[in-house]
Design a binder for this molecule. Structure first.
Ligand code: COA
Length: 611
C-alpha cells in the first residue's frame, strides 16, 4: 500500500512504524504536518491508499479524512480522549493503560476503533517519555499492523469486519469502558506543593510531564520547568530546600524524604511580558516549555541554578558503590560472574564533555578489574545519542565546546577500541543515534533489543561529518558501500535489518527485561568460554594489523579535520541545525550564528584503509 504519515515529528514511534511497515513492502511517505493546508497538499501530492498519524498534535481536517481512510495512533485505552492521555494515566496511578488506533472523524479522538492494545504500568510511576518509547510504541505497532492487515485482507472493504463505534463500545462493553474524555493537563494540575506533597506525589507529577512540558516551579527563587525525577532513600532535609548535588542533578527535600531532579529549563519571568499566552491572560495555565517563548534550554539542573547553589554539598558516589538504595546515579559499575557491567544512563542519551570523561574513567576502572568481559549497557531509554547539543548550545563558545565534546567522546572510544584484556559487549537496551550509534561499534560484540531504532548518521545535523572513529568501525562491520548508504541516506534502521547488514551481531528480546536477561546469560557464557583467551589473542592481532595498515590516529585526524570545518568554518549549517534542534524548530530571534560564504562540503568518501 501507499501510506502517508501525517505527524508532528518523525519521532522514535513514527520511525519504528516506518521501519516495520517498510519491511512489509509498503511504500511510505512522511509529512511533518503543522497546518491543515500542509496536510491537504500532501494528500493531493501523494494520493495515498491509507493515512496514518503516528503522533499528530493537531486534528486531521475533514477535507483529508473524508477523502482517504485516516488512522490515528492514540496513546490511551478505548474511550480515552484528549491531548494529555499519558500524563493523566501516570497522575491517576492507572495500573493498565493502552493504545487505540482510531479512524479520524469530526469529533476529536472519537472515531471508530480499529484496534486497541493494553499493557501493565509499573507501580512506581514510569516517566512519560520512557513509557512512550517502550510500551506505547510496542502497543502502537501491534495496533497499526492489525489495522493494516484488516485492510489488506479485504475484510474491511467486503464488510466482513467493521471498526467498533465508540458509542457501541461504551454501551455494550462489559465491564463498561474505563476510558473517558479528559481535559488538557494544565500547569495548575501539575504544580508541586513542597509543604504538602510527599516524594511519591512529586515523582509522579514530574514523571507525568517528562520530557514535555515539564513541571513549572520555583527553585532558589528561579522559575523553571523540572524534569528527570529520581527517588532518594537516604538524604533527608527541609521541604523545598536543596540538600545536595551530584553529576549535574540536585537533591531537594520533601515532607517525607527527598528527590533528585536532573534537568531544568529556565523561564525568564522578567521577559514574561513578551509571552503571548501571558498577554492573553492565560499565563502559565497552558504553558508548554517547548512552546514558551521565554523558556531557555533544558540543561543539567546545576548548570541552570549555577551560583545560586553555592554551599550545596557535593554528594558524589563511587561508580562501584553498592546498588543498595534508591538514588540518582548516571554511571553504575557492577560485577557478576566475571563480567563487569557498565550502565550509563544519561538523560536523553546526550553525552557532554564531562560525561564522556567520567564514562572514560569508569571504563578504565572496569578494564582494570580481574573480569574477562565488559558489558556496556548504555541507558534504559537510550543507548546514546552522541555529543550533548543542549550543553553545547548553552556554552559561551558553542564551536569550541563542540570541539571539546567530540574529542571527549573520541577519547572514550579510543580506550574501548584499544582494550585487549577484555572482550567488550555493547548491549543496546534503547535507541541510539549519530555518534551514539557509532559508539556501540567500538565494542567487539554489538547486541540490541529487537525493537531498537538506530540512526547511524550525522548529515541531518547541518551536514556534520561525524567522528567517533566511524570511518574505521562502520565499514569494518557493514562494508564500504553500506557505510556510505547509511551515512548519506540518513534513514532510521530497525534492529533486525541492522543485524542483517552486520551493524549488529544479534538482536533479541521482545522487551527490555527479556533482552537484559539474555544479554547477561550470553556475557556469562562468554566469560566462561575456554576459547576466550584465544578470542582475545585474535582480537589483539587484528588490532595490530589494522593499526599498521592505518593508525587509529589517522582516522581520527581525518574525521576531525572535517569536523573543524563544520564547527569553525564559514558555513553556519551545523550551528543553525543545532539551534533548530535544541529550540525544537523555534530558535530565539537575533541569536548569534557564524556568518560566511558556503564552504566545500565534506565528500563522505571513506578514506583509504577502510575495510
Ligand atoms: N543532545 C541533546 N539532546 C538530545 C540529543 C543530543 N545529542 N539527542 C536527542 N536529544 C534530546 C531531544 O532534544 C529530545 O529532548 P526532549 O526531552 O526535550 O524532547 C530527546 O532527546 C528525545 O529526542 P527525540 O528526537 O524526540 O528522540 P527520537 O528517538 O525521536 O529521535 C534521534 C532520536 C537520535 C534521531 C534524534 O534525537 C536526533 O537526531 N538527535 C541528535 C543526534 C545528533 O545529531 N547528535 C550529535 C552528533 S554526534
Amino acid at each position: 500500500m501507499r501510506i502517508l504519515f501525517l505527524t508532528s515529528a518523525h519521532n522514535s514511534l513514527s520511525q519504528r512504524l516506518w521501519i516495520e511497515l517498510g519491511e512489509r513492502g509498503h511504500e511510505i511517505r512522511v509529512c511533518i504536518a503543522a497546518t491543515d493546508e500542509a496536510m491537504i497538499a500532501a494528500v493531493s501530492r501523494e494520493a495515498p491508499d491509507l493515512i496514518i498519524a503516528p503522533m499528530l498534535k493537531i486534528a486531521i481536517p475533514e477535507a483529508v479524512w473524508s477523502r482517504c481512510l485516516s488512522l490515528i495512533v492514540h496513546p490511551g485505552i478505548k474511550g480515552d480522549r484528549g491531548p494529555s492521555s499519558l500524563d493523566w494515566a501516570i497522575a491517576n496511578h492507572e495500573e493498565i493503560w493502552g493504545v487505540t488506533i482510531l479512524e479520524a472523524a469530526a469529533e476529536f479522538d472519537a472515531g471508530p476503533i480499529w484496534a486497541a492494545h493494553e499493557f501493565a504500568l509499573e507501580a512506581d510511576s514510569p516517566a512519560k517519555s520512557s513509557l512512550y518509547r517502550d510500551q506505547v510504541t510496542e502497543a502502537a505497532l501491534r495496533g497499526v499492523l492489525e489495522a493494516v492487515e484488516r485492510i489488506e485482507s479485504g475484510e474491511f472493504r467486503s464488510g466482513a469486519w467493521r471498526p467498533e463505534k465508540l458509542s457501541d463500545a461504551s454501551l455494550q462493553g462489559s465491564p463498561p469502558l474505563r476510558g473517558c474524555l479528559r481535559p488538557p493537563m494544565r500547569q495548575a494540575h501539575r504544580a508541586i506543593d513542597w509543604t504538602h506533597d510527599g516524594t511519591a506525589a512529586i515523582l509522579r507529577k514530574i514523571r507525568a510531564a517528562d520530557s514535555a512540558p515539564g513541571v513549572l516551579g520555583t527553585l532558589l527563587g528561579k522559575s523553571c520547568f523540572l524534569y528527570g525525577a529520581h527517588e532518594e532513600e537516604r538524604l533527608k532535609g527541609p521541604p523545598g530546600e536543596i540538600l545536595a548535588r551530584r553529576d549535574g542533578a540536585i537533591c531537594v527535600g520533601a515532607v517525607d524524604g527527598a528527590i533528585w531532579i536532573s534537568h531544568l529549563k529556565a523561564k525568564d519571568d522578567a521577559r514574561e511580558a513578551t509571552c503571548r499566552l501571558a498577554e492573553a491572560g492565560l499565563g502559565c495555565e497552558l504553558c508548554d516549555a517547548d512552546l514558551c517563548p521565554v523558556a531557555g534550554i533544558k540543561l543539567p539542573a546545576t548548570q541552570i541554578l549555577g551560583p545560586l547553589l553555592r554551599g550545596a554539598p557535593e554528594a558524589s558516589l563511587p561508580i562501584d558503590a553498592p546498588v543498595d538504595h534508591r538514588t540518582f546515579r548516571e554511571i553504575v559499575y557492577t560485577e557478576e560472574d566475571e563480567v563487569g557491567y557498565l550502565a550509563f544512563d544519561f538523560y536523553n542519551g546526550a553525552m557532554s564533555t564531562s560525561q564522556c570523561y567520567r564514562l572514560r574513567d569508569a571504563f578504565l576502572h572496569a578494564r582494570s578489574r580481574p573480569t574477562r568481559v565488559i558489558v556496556l549497557l548504555g541507558g534504559a531509554d537510550f543507548w546514546s545519542n552522541g555529543i550533548h547539543l543542549n550543553v553545547i548550545e548553552a556554552s559561551a563558545d558553542p564551536a569550541a565546546e563542540s570541539w571539546r565534546n567530540i574529542n571527549a567522546i573520541d577519547d572514550l572510544i579510543f580506550e574501548i577500541l584499544n582494550t585487549m584484556s577484555h572482550l567488550v559487549i555493547a548491549g543496546l537496551r534503547g535507541n541510539a543515534g549519530a555518534g551514539g550509534a557509532m559508539l556501540a561499534l567500538a565494542a567487539d560484540c554489538v547486541y540490541a533489543r529487537s525493537g531498537v531504532v538506530l540512526n547511524p548518521h550525522y548529515r541531518s545535523m547541518g551536514d556534520l561529518y561525524g567522528s567517533e572513529y566511524w570511518t574505521y568501525t562502520l565499514p569494518r562491520r557493514v562494508g564500504q558501500k553500506q557505510a556510505l548508504e547509511l551515512t548519506q541516506s540518513c534513514k532510521p534502521i530497525g534492529a533486525p535489518a541492522a543485524r542483517e547488514m552486520g551493524f549488529l551481531d544479534d538482536a533479541f528480546g521482545e522487551d527490555a527485561k527479556a533482552f537484559e536477561t539474555e544479554l547477561r546469560e550470553r556475557a556469562r557464557r562468554l566469560a566462561r568460554d575456554p576459547e576466550l583467551r584465544s578470542m582475545l589473542r585474535k582480537k589483539h592481532e587484528k588490532r595490530l594489523d589494522d593499526e599498521s595498515a592505518k593508525p587509529l590516529a589517522s582516522y581520527r585526524a581525518e574525521e576531525l579535520e572535517w569536523m573543524r570545518v563544520n564547527f569553525f568554518g564559514p558555513d553556519p549549517a551545523y550551528h543553525e541545525a543545532r539551534r533548530r534542534f535544541v529550540f525544537k524548530g523555534n530558535p530565539p530571534k537575533g541569536s548569534p550564528a557564524p556568518i560566511g560564504a558556503a564552504v566545500e562540503r565534506a565528500p563522505f568518501v571513506l578514506s583509504e584503509g577502510a575495510a
